[in-house]
Each structure stands twice: as structure tokens, then as C-alpha cells.
Design a binder for this molecule. Structure first.
Ligand SMILES: *[C@@H]1O[C@H](CO)[C@@H](O)[C@H](O)[C@H]1NC(C)=O
Ligand SMILES: *[C@@H]1O[C@H](CO)[C@@H](O)[C@H](O)[C@H]1NC(C)=O
Ligand SMILES: *[C@@H]1O[C@H](CO)[C@@H](O)[C@H](O)[C@H]1NC(C)=O
Length: 478
């Protein structure tokens, strides 16, 4: 009797496991339009039947799904269109705010397990999408970690998880860095921020060109990789300007690279474009270290001096100014109060901001998108995600955000707030496709968002597999 029911259960569990795992490993194929690079060739669009019968619709979706699965896993000729093009499309994956949490002495085991699983859940999204889409760029939109109030050793431990579990990258580089930066007796990571600060101030007060903000045609940071990996600073990684210290900037720069830089591509051709990475947390004060603000604006000044004539993708963490209600986060700026007893030296400093002020937004956009070429702004911070258009008006020199483009504006700039890749927001991957239009001789940019599912679905794929295995093993010994 028991055997009979157990067998039924095992069969049911097996079917469930197979279904959940098929879903987990092929989820982008259910929504190939949003989970693929945008195809700028209108002739190949195969739209869903409008007004067809239920059977026709089902037939269409099943066919679309299975074709996509076959294409992704067994067909190498996925990029037929690309081969005929003179200029390759740009394929950028943007991942919003992973915010990985830490594990402390007093963290309960269930939370530890949750944090552990979450790393692999995020890693699953990255691996699935990378394998499917072979991006040219991968940009993580800041807030890599969940808190800026952590010691260096914890900052390193999370970096290690970020490198190893989330992005499956080689850990030898950061281990080498740890080898050079650790406490005397213990093997715990600690940064020498004095040295970094000396160097920083030498550059700031001396030859500012030594900041070396600019790169050219960098397609990858290492020979073993065929894509460019970009880390952005978020408020949880380095703090808002009222919090950011040399220690914060030193450890970020040491493990994640520069917080401000640009890469220009194909400047000698008719299709130049650039990626601008900006630490916009340091644009406004009052700051704890006012020289950081000076440094941020120096970066923008040098950027302008490039007289760049191409298209620009700007990637930064905090969204730009817009009227309340266009996106989810309300407009909010906080300062430390006058009598802030915990840290009196922070009184009146910028404590938090969830958007850049209006005047600074106008200034920054003028500096970066002043050449009038089509571009796009990618930001994080507001986990819900959002898309708006900035309309540039020359008459009063302002950039006005709206949901739909305003016809009387001279120039339109799209800002995408990339919806978070965290489980609560369904594990999204943002896809930026860039295409050089040979007729207009301009780049065209298109953004789509590919969601996965809440982390419980990923957990279920593992748990059901274990239960199934247990059920069949029990049956075998009964
Ligand atoms: C970081 O990891 C090391 C090695 O596992 C451990 O000894 C150390 O305590 C961790 N740091 C923190 C702040 O937990
Ligand atoms: C971004 O961070 C990852 C993880 O530490 C690292 O492998 C990569 O080299 C970093 N990028 C740069 C430009 O340093
Ligand atoms: C940009 O233009 C200015 C003024 O014409 C010139 O002084 C500067 O050298 C130019 N910069 C570059 C990088 O060519």
C-alpha cells in the first residue's frame, strides 16, 4: 500500500521536477522578443496572430517557444543577419542592483541558506542570459552589495562571492589583490587608503591628466574574455557624498576598477560611439570629502574636452531629475541634521538622494549629450525600473522628463532605470541593442527587459529534484 502511494508520488515529483527545470533553464524562450537582442531588420518580425482562435494562438506560442529553444541550444547559425552588416550591432547586458547581503556571526541559519541560494539564483540568471546572448558588454548598475557600512574584510568576502558565484569569473585576480592588501598577522583584506589618497590628491592638485579617465576600443579587460565587464558604484558600495570616505573609494577602485571612465569606440570611422561610466553619487554635496566632487566634475570637464562626435551610452547609478510620479521612487533628498550626535562631523552633509538635482541634471546632460547624437542613459537605484524621455529645450536650456517624447523638443534622450535583478523583482536582465543605421548614418538604441521569476521558482527546481531522488531511492530499498 505504502509502496503504491510512494510510487505515485515519485512519478508526480519526477514530472514536476522536469517541468520546473525545463522552465528554469529555458525561461527566455517563453518571451523571445524581450529576451533577445532587438532585431532592427523589420522584415524578419513574426508577430503573434491577432484575433485568431485559441488553438491558433497556442500553436503560435508553442512553436515560437520550441523554435527558440532549438535555436538557443542546438543551432549555431543564430546571427545570419549580422554577417551581412558592415557595422556590428552593440549588445549590452545591464543588470540592476543585485545588492547581495552578508553573513554575520549572529545570522540565523535559514537566512544564511537564503543568502547562499540567492547568489546562485543571480548567477543562474547571468549564466543563462550570457550563454544565450553572448553580450559584448555586461554592466552591473551599482549597489552590488546591500550596505556601505561594512569592514574591508567583509567587502572582500562579498566581492569574492560576486566574482565567483554570481559572475563565474576568475578569482585569481582578486586573490592576488588580497595577497598585497591584508592585515599583518591575519589573512584578512584591508586597504591602504592613505596611499591611495596620496596618489589621488597628487593627481587632483597636480597633473589632472594622470587620472587617465579615457580608453579607446577596449573590448575586454582580459584576453580570456570576449566581453567587457563593467562595475558601477552604488550608494551601498561607496556611500552618498556625505558618507563617502577614502576607504570606500579605495576598496571599490582596488577590487572593481575605476568609478569614472569612458571608452571611445571606432573614433576613426563614420560610426563612433562611447560608453561613459559616471559615479554620480559624487556630483553633489555637501560632501564629507569635498575634493571628491571636484574630481567628479574634473572627469566631466575632460570628457567634454574630447569633442566627441559620436553616440553615447551613459551608465550611472542614481536616476536624473524628473517630476514626481513619472517613476516609482518619490523625489527625496536628505541631509544629516545639525546636531547629529552619532557622527557630529557629518552635520548638514548629504545623507541620501534618490535623484540628481534639476540643475545638475541639465548640466550633466549638456556636457555628455551636447553633440546631439542619439544616446541612452542607463541607471539603477529605483528597483522597480522605469523608462522616460528627456526632451531638450534650447530656449531655457532644460531637459524635461516625460513618458512620451514631446514634439517641440530639439532632441530626445531615453533614460532607462533598469529593473533590479533581485528575486523580489523577478530577476531581470536589461538588454540594450545598438544598431548603426546606414541610411541615416546614426546609431539607434533599443532597450528590452527580460524577467525570470521570483527566487522561489529557482529553489523549487532544486528542492523538487532532491525530493524526487529521495522518493525513488526509498522505493528502491523498500
Ligand atoms: C571573511 O572571510 C574570512 C574567511 O572565510 C573570515 O575569516 C572573515 O571573518 C570574513 N570577514 C567577515 C567580516 O566576516
Ligand atoms: C569588475 O569587478 C570584477 C569583480 O571584482 C572584476 O573581475 C573586474 O575586473 C572588474 N572590472 C574592472 C574594470 O576592474
Ligand atoms: C577640442 O576642441 C578644443 C577647442 O577647439 C581644443 O582646444 C581641444 O584640443 C580639442 N580636444 C581634443 C581632444 O581634440
Amino acid at each position: 500500500m505504502l509502496k503504491f502511494y510512494l510510487k505515485r508520488f515519485a512519478i508526480f515529483a519526477t514530472i514536476l521536477t522536469i517541468l520546473i527545470n525545463i522552465y528554469t533553464f529555458t525561461y527566455p524562450s517563453l518571451d523571445p522578443e524581450n529576451c533577445s537582442w532587438h532585431c532592427f531588420d523589420n522584415s524578419v518580425i513574426n508577430a503573434a496572430p491577432i484575433g485568431g482562435s485559441l488553438f491558433e494562438k497556442m500553436n503560435y506560442y508553442i512553436k515560437r517557444y520550441s523554435n527558440d529553444v532549438i535555436k538557443t541550444h542546438w543551432n549555431s547559425e543564430t546571427d545570419l543577419v549580422n554577417d551581412k552588416q558592415r557595422v556590428n550591432d552593440i549588445h549590452m547586458m545591464a543588470l540592476g542592483d543585485p545588492q547581495i547581503k552578508g553573513v554575520w556571526h549572529n545570522t540565523p541559519y535559514i537566512s544564511r541558506l537564503d543568502t547562499f541560494g540567492n547568489d546562485y539564483y543571480l548567477g543562474h540568471i547571468f549564466r543563462t542570459m550570457k550563454k544565450r546572448l553572448s553580450p559584448s558588454h555586461v554592466v552591473v548598475m551599482g549597489d552590488l552589495f546591500s550596505s556601505q557600512w561594512i569592514p574591508d574584510s567583509e567587502f572582500y568576502n562579498r566581492t569574492r562571492r560576486y566574482v565567483d558565484r554570481l559572475f563565474k569569473r576568475d578569482t585569481s585576480l582578486i586573490e592576488e589583490i588580497k595577497g598585497e592588501n591584508h592585515e599583518e598577522n591575519e589573512n584578512l583584506f584591508i586597504v591602504d587608503w592613505h596611499k591611495w589618497a596620496d596618489n589621488f590628491n597628487e593627481n587632483l592638485n597636480g597633473n589632472r591628466n594622470n587620472f587617465n579617465f579615457g580608453y579607446k576600443d577596449v573590448k575586454s579587460w582580459s584576453d580570456e574574455e570576449d566581453y567587457l565587464f563593467v562595475n558601477l558604484t552604488g550608494n551601498h558600495d561607496v556611500g552618498y557624498s556625505g558618507d563617502a570616505t577614502y576607504q570606500h573609494l579605495t576598496r571599490f577602485n582596488t577590487l572593481f576598477g575605476k568609478d569614472n571612465f569612458w571608452i571611445e569606440y571606432d573614433t576613426e570611422t563614420d560610426h563612433p560611439w562611447r560608453l561613459v561610466v559616471l559615479n554620480d553619487l559624487l556630483l553633489e554635496g555637501p560632501a564629507l570629502q569635498p575634493e571628491f566632487i571636484d574630481y567628479d566634475w574634473e572627469f566631466l570637464k575632460q570628457l567634454v574636452n574630447q569633442n566627441f562626435s559620436g553616440s553615447t551610452i551613459l551608465a550611472t547609478h542614481v536616476p536624473f531629475y524628473k517630476e514626481e510620479g513619472l517613476c516609482v521612487d518619490p523625489l527625496e533628498v536628505n541631509y544629516y541634521p545639525e546636531g547629529w550626535e552619532k557622527e557630529p562631523y557629518k552635520a548638514n552633509l548629504l545623507r541620501s538622494q534618490n535623484h540628481i538635482s534639476e540643475s545638475v541634471t541639465n548640466k550633466v546632460f549638456d556636457m555628455i549629450f551636447g553633440n546631439g547624437k542619439p544616446g541612452m542613459v542607463l541607471v539603477g537605484h529605483d528597483h522597480e525600473g522605469c523608462e522616460v524621455i528627456y526632451n531638450k529645450f534650447e530656449s531655457n536650456n532644460s531637459w524635461v522628463a516625460t513618458k512620451e517624447p514631446l514634439a517641440d523638443a530639439k532632441y530626445h534622450l531615453q533614460e532607462i532605470t533598469v529593473r533590479s535583478m533581485m528575486g523580489e523583482f523577478n530577476g531581470n536582465t536589461g538588454l540594450v541593442s545598438g544598431h548603426f543605421n546606414e541610411d541615416s548614418k546614426l546609431w539607434e538604441w533599443k532597450f528590452t527587459l527580460c524577467p525570470f521569476s521570483i527566487q522561489h521558482v529557482w529553489w523549487a527546481s532544486k528542492v523538487t529534484a532532491i525530493i524526487t531522488l529521495l522518493a525513488w531511492s526509498t522505493l528502491a530499498v523498500l
